[in-house]
Every structure is written in structure tokens, then in C-alpha cells.
Design a protein around this ligand. Structure first.
Ligand code: GLN
Length: 541
């Protein structure tokens, strides 16, 4: 019988519910349990694929091509739970399904209503992850209790214990206890109100996880327990982690959260084994070296826009015993100030994915600088497309080389839409999405980094390397070292004469974990470290 854990949040958003849910998943897996993770997002968009990164940060892509909330990235980095389109539901997706059923006449003439039709659809989405091989499904509800659009979701999770049995469900509520400087006090009232709201709906939380700047102290814990009707031992403090998000699980273990969950759900679990995680943390805390990596992008001031890129660089740092320091560079600013100023002293340059024209010329300049100054360069998706544009312009001498995304009239569309994509107009349907196989050229840097000849990587883009330019570019020194199995689509390019210049059409950052860095990120940071050593030996005068 699969058990259910529901994670809700109150007081404010951005409390780190995703990280806490992912950490709970990790703890349960380290107790030998089989876990599935799920996020319910109450907004109306069918998926976050059409949203700007300013809204909800990066769009995280799964193997099956689902475009999902970035919290699913945390789930994959912390747990081994396989994620699919059933791992992320929005209000839009739920309604889309209900409306389609109504149009097909499946409701047999009934009035279709929020209760029971929408709530049944939500319950069905949650229960779809339960099976005889799954011990626990962890469902995180986005937003905060009290949000109007979250109500049907809360009502649905309220009903689940009635369907599957109270003893198989656990409600965990995450709140904030703010510290008021003027009063020099931690304030528990907002948490009391938030739990009050939940109880009005009919949900009594079993465990409270309390985010706080400073330790709560026994008095506050007892006060929260009393007013929120929760056992004292079930009030768990989660003090802010300044150093790394990967410290969160250890903090929860210190407060015995894993044992509390196992006891409350009455699960037969192994003793906790955090040895692998602790070894990773040990490496993270004791770096032997440091490198500076410039990330040249368009949404630099918005930290979450390139979330998985920064995480993957950190993982590569862990595997190279190296602290990776980020220099986050706005591409438009680089265009104005010049690469010499903005990239001086960096050990590697990474240009991530993106859409639209803004900042393109700055990215191209950054790539030219990295190529000419022999600084390791890693291009991802749009970053690869810019690398091809740069090479075509500055090495092949095709001055107007561009992507047809940015200049539809260019004489040299080195990046373009392939014929079959031109007809598609629905924004949600026109992209190449999800895992695709890629064959690596023997002897290439990509082949050496991966150590295998065929790989699978996740995509999210419309435009492609134009095969008409492949030979010209190769003759000039930019070679395709990864292609689709039929050899038609170029997935990886390299400049073999350069210390490390590699760019990929896919998104390797989605397949990196703290304990298993992605091979390309690992190799890139290793090259950056080499560059650093040479740079320090030969200081620029
Ligand atoms: N805008 C480019 C395309 O659609 C690149 C997309 C990306 O970087 N994810 O092909």
C-alpha cells in the first residue's frame, strides 16, 4: 500500500518547499524506501513552457519532454525518483483534461463542477503515482495556503485520507517564523494563522517544518505546538543554510525528521544511511582549488533563470575538489563594455540557453574572446547556436551569419528552422523536447568526456544547426562531434585546436547530480582548473 505525504506551505512563498520536499525524498530513499515525487502548481498555464524565466525561473525539462517547474530539478538532484508528465500538474492541465472529458460526454449530462469533478481529477493525478512498487508518494503543493487558486488542490488532498485511509497519509506544513529586529523576537503568530487556515479547510498538519533565521528555542517550539495542535517533537526547525542547499537534508536528519515520518506512517524502513551524501558534502566543504566561471546570459539578475546550470557547475566543482565562483554577466552589458573588461581573469566562459534576440551580440563577443584567448568555453543550446554564428562570421568570414530566429533575411542562416518545423504555429508544440539519442565521434573531446559512444540528452529548442554549412565549418576548424543517430542533426560542435571549446544543442545541466556531476561539466571545470594553473604561473603583466 503506497503512503502519501503532502507538503504545503504558509506565511510566504519562496520558503524552499521544493528543497524541503526533495530532502524528505532523499531521507526516505536513504532508509531504503521507494519514493515518487510530484508538484502541483495552482496557476492556470497548462505547463510553465510558455512562461518567461522572470516569472518562475527556469523551465525544467524531463526525459519525456514535459516542461516543468524548477522544483522538479531539485527532486532529480536529490532523489532517484523517476519523473514523468505525471510529476507536475497545474490548474490548467487539470481543467484541460476535465473539459476534454466534458466535450466527449464522459460526465453523462451532469453539471461539471469544481467539487467533485476538478477535485477528482486532482486526486486521480496524485493517485496515478501510487503502485505496488512505490512506498511513498510525496506531493508538494505550490503557493501558500489561502491562495484562491490553491483551494481545489487543498480540498483534494483533504479528501485523500478518506479514500486511502488516514493512517497512510501525512500532512507536512512549512511555515516561517520571522525575527523582528525592533522587538528582538521571533514571531510565531503568522505560523499559527497559517495552520489555522489549513484547519479551517479540514487539514490538521502532522508535522510542522519551521523556516527561521535563528534557532527557535524550546519555548517557541512548545508555543507553536500548542497553538497549532501538533506534537512538540513534530515541530522541526529549519534554520537558514547560508553555505549550500545541499545542507538541508543534514539539518532535517539532526531533528530526526526521517524517524518521525517513518513512525507516523508506520513504515517498515531500513536504518538511515547517509554515507554517500555525507561524502559528497565533505568534498563540497573542503575544496582544494578555485576557478572563476563567467556565465554570460540574458536573465543574469534572476538567479533561478539558470538554476540547473549553476547547480551542474557546483557538482563539477565537487567532483574536481574545486570551488566554482560564478561571475554572472549580463550579455548586453558585455556588448557595451567589451569582453576584455568583463572577462578578464576568468577561467572558463559558459553561454547558456535562451530565446530572443536581446544580448545575442554580447554572447557572440564573449565566445570570440574565449576562442581567441584560449579560455575554456562551454555553449549550451542558444550558447551553441551563438558559437556557430561566431565561428561562421569571424573564421569563415560570413559577416551576416546568423540564426533565422534573429534575422529572417540573412544570406547565411547557419542556424535555422528545419522544414518540418516551419508549419507548426502553436507555441507549446513547436519545440524539440525531451530525451534524444546522440552518437559521439570517436576520439573527440565529447567522446573522451562521456567515456561511451552513444548518450541520451534532453532538448528544448526550435532552431537547429544548418547542415548546409557543416562541411565549410569543419574545414575551417569547427567540427560536429555529436549527431542524431541518422547523422542528420548536429548536437555537439568542438574546435579541436582549442584547449576546451565545446558546445551542445541539448541541456546537459538537467542530468547532473551533486554526487554524479555531468561528464561535460566535469571536463569543463577540469579544463578551467588547468587554465587557472597556467594563468597563475604566467600572470598577465
Ligand atoms: N532560441 C533557441 C531555439 O529555440 C535556443 C533555445 C534554448 O537555448 N533553449 O532553438
Amino acid at each position: 500500500m503506497t503512503k502519501h505525504i503532502f507538503v504545503t506551505g504558509g506565511v510566504v512563498s519562496s520558503l524552499g518547499k521544493g528543497l524541503t520536499s526533495a530532502s524528505i525524498g532523499l531521507l526516505l530513499e536513504q532508509r531504503g524506501l521507494s519514493v515518487r515525487m510530484q508538484k502541483l502548481d495552482p496557476y492556470i498555464n497548462v505547463d510553465p513552457g510558455t512562461m518567461s524565466p522572470y516569472q518562475h525561473g527556469e523551465v525544467y525539462v524531463l526525459d519525456d519532454g514535459s516542461e516543468t517547474d524548477l522544483d522538479l530539478g531539485h527532486y532529480e538532484r536529490f532523489t532517484n525518483s523517476p519523473l514523468t508528465k505525471h510529476s507536475n500538474y497545474t490548474t490548467g492541465k487539470i481543467y484541460q483534461s476535465v473539459i476534454a472529458k466534458e466535450r466527449r460526454g464522459e460526465y453523462l449530462g451532469k453539471t461539471v463542477q469544481v467539487i467533485p469533478h476538478i477535485t477528482n481529477e486532482i486526486k486521480h493525478a496524485i493517485r496515478s503515482l501510487a503502485s505496488k512498487d512505490v512506498d511513498v508518494v510525496i506531493t508538494e503543493l505550490g503557493g501558500t495556503v489561502g491562495d484562491i487558486e490553491g483551494q481545489p488542490f487543498l480540498e483534494a488532498i483533504r479528501q485523500i485520507p478518506l479514500d486511502v485511509g488516514k493512517e497512510d497519509c501525512l500532512f507536512i506544513h512549512l511555515t516561517l517564523v520571522p525575527y523582528l529586529k525592533a522587538a528582538r523576537e521571533l514571531k510565531t503568530k503568522p505560523s499559527q494563522h497559517s495552520v489555522g487556515l489549513l484547519r479551517q479547510i479540514g487539514i490538521q498538519p502532522d508535522i510542522l517544518i519551521v523556516r527561521t533565521e535563528r534557532s527557535l528555542g524550546q519555548d517557541n517550539i512548545e508555543k507553536i505546538a500548542l497553538f497549532c495542535n501538533v506534537e512538540t517533537k513534530a515541530v522541526i526547525e529549519e534554520v537558514d543554510k547560508e553555505f549550500s542547499i545541499y545542507e538541508v537534508p543534514e539539518g532535517l536528519v539532526e531533528h530526526n525528521l526521517d524517524q518521525l515520518i517513518v513512525d507516523k506512517l508506520n513504515i517498515d524502513a531500513d536504518p538511515l544511511d547517509m554515507s554517500d551524501w555525507s561524502a559528497t558534502m565533505q568534498r563540497l566543504r573542503n575544496p582544494q582549488h578555485e576557478v572563476i566561471i563567467a556565465v554570460v546570459g540574458k536573465y543574469i539578475e534572476h538567479r533561478d533563470a539558470y538554476k540547473s546550470i549553476y547547480e551542474a557547475l557546483d557538482h563539477a566543482g565537487i567532483s574536481n575538489s574545486t570551488r566554482v565562483v560564478f561571475r554572472r554577466i549580463e550579455a548586453e552589458e558585455l556588448e557595451q563594455q567589451g569582453p576584455e573588461i568583463m572577462l578578464s581573469g576568468v577561467d572558463g566562459v559558459l553561454v547558456p540557453g535562451g530565446f530572443g534576440m536581446r544580448g545575442i551580440e554580447g554572447k557572440v563577443q564573449a565566445i570570440e574572446y574565449a576562442r581567441q584567448c584560449e579560455i575554456p568555453f562551454f555553449g549550451i543550446c542558444l550558447g551553441m547556436q551563438c558559437a556557430v554564428i561566431e565561428f561562421a562570421r569571424n573564421v569563415l568570414g560570413l559577416e551576416d551569419a546568423n540564426s533565422s530566429e534573429f534575422n529572417a533575411d540573412t544570406q547565411n542562416p547557419v542556424i535555422c528552422l528545419l522544414e518540418e518545423q516551419k508549419e507548426v504555429t502553436n507555441m507549446g508544440a513547436s519545440m524539440r523536447l525531451g530525451a534524444q539519442p546522440c552518437m559521439l565521434e570517436p576520439g573527440s573531446r565529447a567522446d573522451a568526456s562521456y567515456g561511451v559512444s552513444d548518450v541520451s540528452e534532453r532538448h528544448r529548442h526550435r532552431y537547429e544547426f544548418n547542415p548546409e554549412y557543416r562541411d565549410q565549418l569543419a574545414d575551417a576548424g569547427m567540427v560536429a562531434t555529436g549527431t542524431s543517430p541518422d547523422g542528420q542533426l548536429v548536437e555537439i560542435v568542438e574546435v579541436p585546436g582549442h584547449p576546451w571549446f565545446l558546445a551542445v544543442q541539448f541541456h546537459p545541466e538537467f542530468k547532473s547530480k551533486p554526487s554524479a556531476a555531468h561528464p561535460l561539466f566535469q571536463s569543463f571545470v577540469e579544463a578551467a582548473l588547468q587554465h587557472r594553473k597556467q594563468r597563475v604561473q604566467m600572470p598577465v603583466r
